[in-house]
Write a protein that binds this ligand. Structure first.
Ligand SMILES: CC(C)(COP(=O)(O)OP(=O)(O)OC[C@H]1O[C@@H](n2cnc3c(N)ncnc32)[C@H](O)[C@@H]1OP(=O)(O)O)[C@@H](O)C(=O)NCCC(=O)NCCS
Length: 211
């Protein structure tokens, strides 16, 4: 995908649900948004593609995207420029992430019963990325709300890199959406960077109705 540089003349982005087939067809573009948003080195796309593909097979998988409609306001999902992508699935005990978080919760003092209760029924928000050229316009908040709407799980969990003073858009977005700490400064096996695991109960009220 070529770089997307929305300006005053571009039509407003449209948020859409993505089927497995639609995401697979646009996987390269979705991964390009992810690499640009996270400022990862080029080539990261190739490592992540098999994992994103595999995730589409997990129970409860759901994806949403923000795309630019054409001049007539129509959206052709095969070609529409992709501005943002988010997906997740139901957490389950055999998943690596679930096991890592369970271990981390026990290490940081969560009572086993409480950890089990939370991990028994949650949606893992696996990825949420907005292309840098499209950030700061509420697209991330809209994708988050759409992805979580009507979920059957009791809670949503996610991980995000620790940053000083929680001073980035991801942290502000999650705090505004009512996410609270589950584990802080957690280092996943095989990684060196500290992450926070954040969560909130579902359903998540619409932005206007949140305290
Ligand atoms: C984190 C991320 C997904 C958030 O998406 P986003 O669209 O930029 O975020 P928001 O929807 O919250 O909008 C961001 C800003 O726009 C403002 N905003 C929200 N709605 C708005 C609207 N309708 N119109 C104008 N501005 C709006 C918000 O106040 C917010 O300001 P702040 O972040 O300074 O507090 C995105 O910035 C991103 O991909 N970042 C890089 C990668 C990353 O950190 N990913 C998460 C890792 S877990």
């Amino acid at each position: 995908m070529t770089a997307v540089k929305p300006n005053h003349h571009t039509p407003a982005p449209v948020v859409v649900d993505l089927s497995v087939a639609a995401l697979r067809a646009r996987l390269h573009d979705a991964l390009s948004v992810y690499v640009a948003a996270m400022d990862y080195p080029r080539g990261t796309e190739h490592h992540r593609a098999p994992m994103w593909n595999e995730h589409t097979t997990r129970a409860g998988w759901r994806a949403v995207a923000a795309v630019l409609p054409d001049d007539a306001g129509a959206v052709d999902l095969r070609t529409a420029p992709l501005l943002a992508i988010a997906y997740g699935y139901s957490g389950a005990p055999r998943q690596w992430w679930h096991q890592q978080v369970h271990t981390g919760m026990r290490r940081c003092g969560w009572p086993e019963a409480a950890a089990r209760e939370l991990l028994a029924d949650y949606f893992e928000l696996t990825e949420l990325h907005v292309h840098p050229a499209a950030q700061g316009r509420g697209i991330g908040a809209t994708l988050l709300e759409r992805l979580l709407a009507g979920r059957p799980e009791a809670a949503v969990l996610l991980s995000t890199p620790e940053v000083p003073e929680e001073d980035n858009r991801a942290w502000r977005l999650y705090r505004r959406a009512g996410f609270t700490d589950v584990i802080r400064n957690f280092v996943f096996a095989g990684d060196t960077r500290p992450f926070a695991i954040l969560g909130r109960r579902l359903p998540m009220p619409p932005a206007g109705e949140r305290a």
